[in-house]
Write a protein that binds this ligand. Structure first.
Ligand code: FAD
Ligand code: FMN
Ligand code: SF4
Length: 650
């Protein structure tokens, strides 16, 4: 068994003993519906505390009316928040886990409107942010005083609610970082000018919080050790600030990036293209200069990595946030040696931060129970165990099988191919996406633990169902590339993405990818072929490449494609091909868009369901569930969630 001697050693922060070094860093959940903690948020955090996390830092809470950066944040501006926070504290403490809350003001980083009109953003100076295109109003001295008082009052409320501490959010380019930044803070009054002036806001915030709270109450600071942006705070600037504040805060929680820039925001929740534990060197460098305990987060998804970071002395606690979103029981599994059972986060960013950015409650594509703890938190045993046959071993079928078996059904999963995984096997072949294959490993393990019988190379047919006498059939037979009917297809070299990914076809030196899907496939193929030396044109039937995937994945990929010389053409609707000439229409004007010298046209035009079994079995078995891409071609997220729902419904 791996020895996690450091990971599971306790740590004392101020006077608070935390049972281990695993931390869930603050993250918006979009679970709150009225700006205060609710039942769903209590259940969400209870699950992570019960799973063994040492410390949970709750999501941001606005400290002033001008802090409403989304419509689902928490607000700690009135005593109305206390009861909800107290319920979270009771639930989390009941499982031996410590609880802090984040205190927050976004400054100019306003992401959403509350009512459709553009809100006024307040910042140290009228310096716009690149990403949300906000021009803020400089804060008056009176507003600054109000906001500082807001931090203190909010901290006091969270202390009254029973939380163990608060964390001032100076990370990701939010208000305190805006004050610190000489390129954003152009003030000439006492909150600007020189470095002491720029630090004054943060100094007054921490002093006000200390004055408002008791001696044991923990006050930490979250900060980007490097905002990784041309206009952002650099590593030296931040480190000097942290040295200057040494002793003022009880810990420094190190992250990177700023919300202000498209490229730097990727660091907020780095996708799978980013290396595991990518901030360890940054954290180590800061830790070498300060006496304050240092925490770090960022793509640390396995306890082995966390242990290594701690053992090398790069941090005192390790943020494993998406790791806990994906598997709340990860700490307990690690501590009891069940390493193979850990469902590792694959940093797809789809259901966690992807949902947040769309304004929906967060979840996990591999563990749709997350964020839905009130509905799916506890599996109930099947009232009457039955024989369930699952057709298809893609993500949907695997999840359905695992859940049905865990509830006590006898489950047989038949997969026509020789491997489990379905389309995830193709997805993992795209550049930088190998980790996507983790979904297959994880679901296969869940099936094994639940006792599912798996038959590979076994297509499900009417005859097979009749022969097995299954009581219920789950049809998870997935999808295939949509057959194309474009004019002139027979005159040119036209291939579908699956054939390219499977190396079943040769591709010429000049490629045009007609991309209706606007997902991972078009961008991934473009990168792969550009790296292979092809001239690549990516003609997207929409506004931009990757329009339908999470923005951090898209933004990173957009940079890569640009650097590789891929030509991205928006608003291009495929019309036809004539030998080496591809014709598109401008999606709005209808004007012809002509692309010459195309050796190979790749048609990323989406998928169509494989679902003939449903009708074939209609008179054979009464209980039929069609899920995932077989129901309608979408993504692994829907497939797995529908697998959960089918498994629960049986
Ligand atoms: C290149 C590529 C990249 C992708 N990237 C992503 C991504 O990053 N994120 C994401 O969420 N989604 C992604 N997707 C989509 C995602 O993989 C699918 O939505 C998901 O796999 C659908 O799951 P499923 O279980 O419904 O079906 P599938 O994954 O299609 O699995 C169906 C399985 O059923 C089997 N089968 C078919 N007929 C029978 C039968 N009669 N009997 C037994 N077995 C049968 C098939 O062999 C197959 O293994 C990607 C897809 C592709 C092609
Ligand atoms: C859904 C989601 C919401 C987030 N919201 C916040 C937030 O409110 N405050 C914050 O400091 N960081 C936020 N983050 C960043 C995380 O705290 C964390 O730093 C990030 O997920 C990287 O760590 P990980 O790789 O362990 O997940 C968010 C991350 C996610 C996934
Ligand atoms: S949705 Fe993806 S990134 Fe988010 S927690 Fe789950 S596996 Fe990790």
């Amino acid at each position: 068994m791996t020895d996690f001697a450091t990971l599971f050693s306790p740590i004392t922060i101020r006077n608070l003993r935390v049972r281990n070094r695993i931390l869930s860093t603050g993250h918006d959940t979009t679970l709150p519906t009225a700006f205060v903690p609710n039942d769903a948020l209590v259940a969400y955090h209870r699950a992570r505390a019960a799973g063994g996390a040492g410390l949970i830092v709750m999501q941001v809470a606005g400290v002033h009316e001008t802090a409403r950066y989304t419509s689902h944040l928490l607000m700690a501006t009135s005593d109305d928040c206390i009861a909800g926070y107290a319920r979270v504290a009771e639930a989390v403490h009941g499982h031996g886990c410590a609880l802090f809350g984040q205190l927050f003001h976004p400054g100019r980083e306003i992401m959403e409107s509350q009512d459709g009109t553009l809100p006024v953003a307040y910042a140290p100076s009228a310096v716009p942010n690149e990403r949300f295109h906000v021009m803020p109003r400089p804060m008056s001295l009176r507003l600054i005083a109000e906001v500082i008082a807001g931090y203190a009052a909010a901290a006091h409320r969270l202390e009254r609610a029973g939380l163990d501490g608060v964390e001032v959010v100076a990370s990701h380019g939010y208000l305190p970082a805006q004050f610190l930044n000489p390129r954003v803070n152009l003030r000439t009054d006492r909150y600007g000018g020189d470095v002491d002036g720029r630090r004054r806001f943060l100094a007054e915030v921490v002093a006000a919080i200390r004055a408002a709270t008791g001696p044991d109450f923990v006050v930490g600071l979250r900060i980007s050790g490097d905002e990784r942006d041309l206009e952002g705070l650099g590593e030296d600037e931040v480190t000097d600030t942290l040295v200057a504040f040494d002793g003022a805060f009880d810990y420094y929680n190190i992250t990177a990036g700023t919300s202000a820039g498209l490229g730097s925001a990727v660091n907020i929740a780095p996708p799978m293209m980013v290396a595991h534990g990518h901030l360890e060197p940054l954290s180590a460098a800061i830790k070498a200069r300060v006496a304050t305990p240092v925490f770090v987060a960022g793509r640390i998804n396995q306890p082995q990595d966390a242990e290594r970071i701690l053992q090398r002395g790069a941090a005192d606690m390790v943020g494993m946030t998406r790791a806990l979103i994906c598997d709340p029981e990860m700490p307990a599994k690690a501590q009891t040696g069940r390493l193979d059972d850990i469902r590792a986060c694959i940093a797809c960013n789809q259901a966690c931060i992807g949902h947040f950015h769309m304004g929906y409650p967060i979840s996990c594509i591999q563990h749709p129970e997350t964020g839905r703890e009130l509905t799916y938190g506890t599996l109930t045993p099947a009232p009457r165990p039955r024989h369930v046959l699952v057709a298809g071993g893609g993500p949907g079928g695997m999840k359905a099988a695992a859940i049905a078996a865990a509830r006590g059904h006898r489950v047989t999963l038949c997969e026509a191919g020789r491997q489990l995984g379905g389309q995830a096997l193709l997805a993992q072949t795209l550049p930088g996406r190998a980790e996507f294959g983790g979904i297959v490993t994880n679901l296969a393990r869940e099936m094994a633990l639940a006792g599912v019988e798996v038959r590979l190379g076994q297509p499900v047919t009417r005859a097979l169902v009749e022969q097995t006498g299954a009581d219920a059939v789950i049809i998870a037979t997935g999808a295939q590339p949509r057959p194309i009917a474009i004019e002139g297809a027979e005159t040119g070299h036209v291939v579908n993405p699956w054939a390219v990914l499977r190396n079943e076809v040769n591709v010429g030196g000049s490629v045009l990818i007609a991309d209706w899907s606007l997902d991972w496939i078009g961008m991934g193929l473009a990168e792969r072929l550009a790296r292979a030396g092809c001239r690549v044109r990516l003609a997207v039937d929409g506004y931009m490449a990757g329009e339908r995937i999470h923005r951090y994945v898209r933004d990173l990929w957009a940079g890569t494609l640009h650097d590789l010389g891929v030509e991205v053409i928006p608003y291009a609707r495929l019309y036809g091909i004539d030998e080496r000439t591809v014709f598109c229409q401008h999606a709005t004007s209808g004007a012809a868009m002509v692309f010459e010298d195309v050796d190979t046209l790749i048609t990323s035009l989406g998928h169509e369901s494989v679902a003939t079994l449903e009708d074939e079995l209609a008179d054979v078995v009464a209980d039929i569930h069609v899920i995932g891409d077989a129901l309608a071609p979408r993504t692994a997220e829907e497939a797995v969630f529908e697998g959960l729902k089918a498994g629960v419904a049986l």
